[in-house]
Design a protein. Structure first.
Length: 46
C-alpha cells in the first residue's frame, strides 16, 4: 500500500471524515439492532 494514500487522514479534515465514518457505522448498527428486535413479552394466549 502506498503511504501517500493515507496522508489525507493525517489532516484535521481527514480526522473529521474518519470520525463521521465511525459515527455513521455506529448509528447504522444501532438502527439494524432496532429494526430486527424481537417483540417484547406480549402473551399470545390469554
Amino acid at each position: 500500500m502506498n503511504p501517500a494514500y493515507l496522508d489525507v487522514f493525517s489532516t484535521p479534515t481527514g480526522q473529521a471524515i474518519l470520525a463521521l465514518c465511525l459515527l455513521s457505522t455506529i448509528v447504522g448498527y444501532a438502527g439494524m439492532l432496532w429494526a430486527t428486535r424481537l417483540p417484547g413479552n406480549e402473551r399470545v394466549l390469554r
